[in-house]
Design a protein. Sequence first.
Length: 212
Amino acid sequence: MGQKVNPIIYRLGIHNDWQSLWAVGDKKQYKNFLLEDVKLRQFLRKRLQVAGIVGISIERLFNRMKITLFASRPGVVIGRGGKGLELLKNELYQRISIEAPEKNLEIKIEEVKNPDIEARFVAERVANQLERRMPHRRVMRKELERVMSAGALGVKIRLAGRIDGVKISRQEKFVVGKVPTSTIRADIDYAYVPALTRKGYVGVKVWIHKES
């Protein structure tokens, strides 16, 4: 079960919470809100790539919206004197459907103190290095050591695709420590990030076992 189901969904209500927290009375609004959330996350991850965004939480209550950004470098988001945050708000006003967004949109930034045990952060870092054509085995060895040194109980990274530009796609798995994906009590963080290399597509999946 743990190998076939997204580990985060598998542990909802135990170690993890929903990334979008809202409800709608009209079923026709559901698809609009869902699509808007997807587009907002895509925009924020691309716009704030250098800030090390680990997670994005979106809450809606009546005509109000609250977006919480979990960043490893919050100073990059805020900018000097808060100018970066104000610029970000102005860009978001054009992308959300609530009335009077200047009054009803709240952006909260939380610092991630140990990003090296966050699966999303590690997966993006691996994908970045693969896109720069660094040897994948060297990248994996350094990342596994870094994650374990940061206090993780175990880490698993799986690459799938045209690794090192080979003609036939293949999979490679690297594991250190214990990653019990089928144990609900285990706090497992998971992320998937594509690496778009010159030779083709390489998928990067990361599982990190944290202390409960």
